[in-house]
Design a protein. Structure first.
Ligand code: ATP
Ligand code: MG
Length: 299
């Protein structure tokens, strides 16, 4: 993938890759990972969520810098998907603050304090700002079955973002070409393999030009031989400087691509830090056990 298209994310990738693109849909400013007065790109503080009397998230803190690739790992039911759903506004947290700085089209940092009593209208306005800043790639690709690949990709940009149809189409075709699917633009989802559908899912998220890309186990529904193609696309996005939060069980991939690994268990962050630390030398017994189980299944 070339970094010079309109959908490239940032002026400066996390590994210092320089960009020549004009548009920077990932909200990047020149040569600074903290353009907004030293604020992190995304900060989550004290996030809490219960369903009835079942507490699913408690006191979650997360900091994501521009260009970071954060791998969120943990056992089933630990709350990983719920965090992503809170970030994209599909779930309303009970408490906590989510703060975004530097998202495109949003001059001021967007901050939503879920413990604060604000009018429903004001709350909706802030949540809409958060939603504009993020896009999510789901575990199941969720493509509309009766629409072509191209129609699936341009729907959000045209209907939600009110962008010009021809421009959205040109950008969609460019993005499809970059994941090797230009020739499938007029195909229907059922005519594609699972891996191809998931790559369309990724393109659909990219077409929204989000500041932050969220992935929820993007390869877990795929046959093993299709996993590699999807991981390759994500790896390329990382190299281009996209800021991403990825829920994954692919520890090897996380180790190679993630700048930060966050291990969760039972609704809390148990341990976070550099991939080499959390996956290579986990400090907490729960992390050690989890990493061992995934790397040596059946032991
Ligand atoms: N809408 C809901 N209503 C009630 N309980 C829910 C709801 N969504 C999630 N939960 C519960 O919250 C807990 C965390 O779920 P979540 O989907 O976030 O876990 P996860 O870490 O993504 O797990 P997995 O690895 O299996 O996808 C689970 O116990 C789940 O049953
Ligand atoms: Mg999940």
């Amino acid at each position: 993938m070339s970094p010079s298209s309109a959908a490239s994310p940032s002026a400066r990738g996390r590994r210092g890759v320089s960009r020549e693109d004009g548009a920077r849909p990932n909200g990047a400013a020149e040569n600074a990972s903290r353009p907004n007065g030293g604020e992190p790109f995304l900060s989550v503080r004290g996030l809490a969520k219960s369903f009835g009397d079942h507490t699913v998230l408690r006191d979650i803190d997360l900091t994501v810098e521009r260009g970071d690739v954060v791998a969120l790992i943990g056992p089933s039911g630990s709350g990983k998907t719920t965090i992503l759903r809170c970030l994209i506004g599909l779930e309303e947290p009970d408490a906590g603050v989510i703060r975004f700085s530097g998202a495109e089209g949003v001059a001021e940092p967007v901050s939503v304090d879920f413990s604060e009593r604000v009018s429903p209208r004001e709350r909706r306005r802030r949540e809409a700002d958060l939603q504009r800043a993020t896009a999510m790639v789901f575990q199941q690709y969720n493509l509309f079955p009766h629409r072509t690949v191209l129609q699936n990709v341009i729907e959000g940009p045209i209907l939600v973002q009110k962008r010009n149809r021809e421009e959205a189409k040109a950008e969609a075709l460019d993005l499809l070409a970059r994941v090797g699917l230009r020739d499938k633009a007029d195909a229907y989802p059922h005519e594609l393999s699972g891996g191809q559908q998931q790559r369309v899912g990724i393109v659909r998220a990219l077409a929204l030009r989000p500041a932050l890309l969220l992935f929820d186990e993007p390869t877990s529904a795929l046959d093993p031989e299709l996993v590699g193609d999807v991981l390759r696309v994500i790896r390329e996005l990382a190299e281009q400087g996209w800021t991403m939060l990825i829920v994954t069980h692919e520890l090897q991939f996380a180790r190679q691509v993630a700048s930060q690994v966050v291990f969760m268990d039972q609704g809390v962050v148990v341990e976070s830090g550099a991939a080499s630390e959390v996956l290579g030398r986990p400090a907490q017994a729960r992390t050690q056990q989890f990493v061992r189980r995934l790397t040596h299944p059946g032991e």
